[in-house]
Design a protein around this ligand. Sequence first.
Ligand code: G
Ligand code: MN
Length: 257
Amino acid sequence: MFLHYQPKVHVRRQEVASAEALLRWQHPNHGLILPGDFISVAEEAGEIGALTLWTLHRVIEDQKRLAAAGYDIRLFLNISGMLLADVAFVAKACEIVLGSNAKLGFEITETAVIRDPESAIRHLQEFAAIGVELAIDDYGAGLSSLAYLKQLPARELKIDKMFVMQLTSSNRDPLIVRSTIDLAHALEMEVTAEGVETPSALALLSVMGCDMVQGFLISRPMGIDALEAFLQQDSHLTRGVSGQSPFVRPESFWKRA
Ligand code: G
Ligand code: MN
């Protein structure tokens, strides 16, 4: 198992705001396996807690390494909904986070909260209280949980990529995305669009007031070395004489693509 990181870029500030850790499994026979194909297996086998704590340790090491290199960005990891009801996991995770002094965030899918809202909300408040920023992941993909949304101590709402990937080719998705952005802002949350793959989607999201974007247009998930190089390149470009940010590419770039 190893981690890849995918940056989230702040649209107005034109800078990398944070990055999300994504677990990958390099299997000797089956090749690269993505979390969608093994997380549920780990959950069923009762191994998800141990796997997530392992990930947490790795992410803390990587966050410290980036901070030491001058890029003290927050690193997010995905937390399975199952673990939000697990008292032992929450206690251990809090202990590790408190001892780490690293800038961290947890991404939580909304469906996770619906299963056992009371303990989930209480545990999320414990994480928030020790400085872990919370993001609601894959918003819109599960059952709607507007009733819980307002109770969660989350600072960020991530719109599921299924709405973003068809943004400029569908009639309804732009309406859903725009109203979700407005809803999140009304609840004083920042909005991230995942699955941003085209310049036209980025342009539309920017006009709609979306705060952050993540997707193949900006970067594919990459190893920690590549992330550090990406951040280095980004800081040079944003400080550059032209004042041009790497995310604003010349017209010729899009014509090629
Ligand atoms: O559930 P979650 O949103 O954490 O899933 C992230 C997954 O989506 C990762 O495995 C990542 O490789 C994939 N992903 C990230 N950006 C894009 C994108 O722009 N398009 C598509 N199709 N997949 C993406
Ligand atoms: Mn996620």
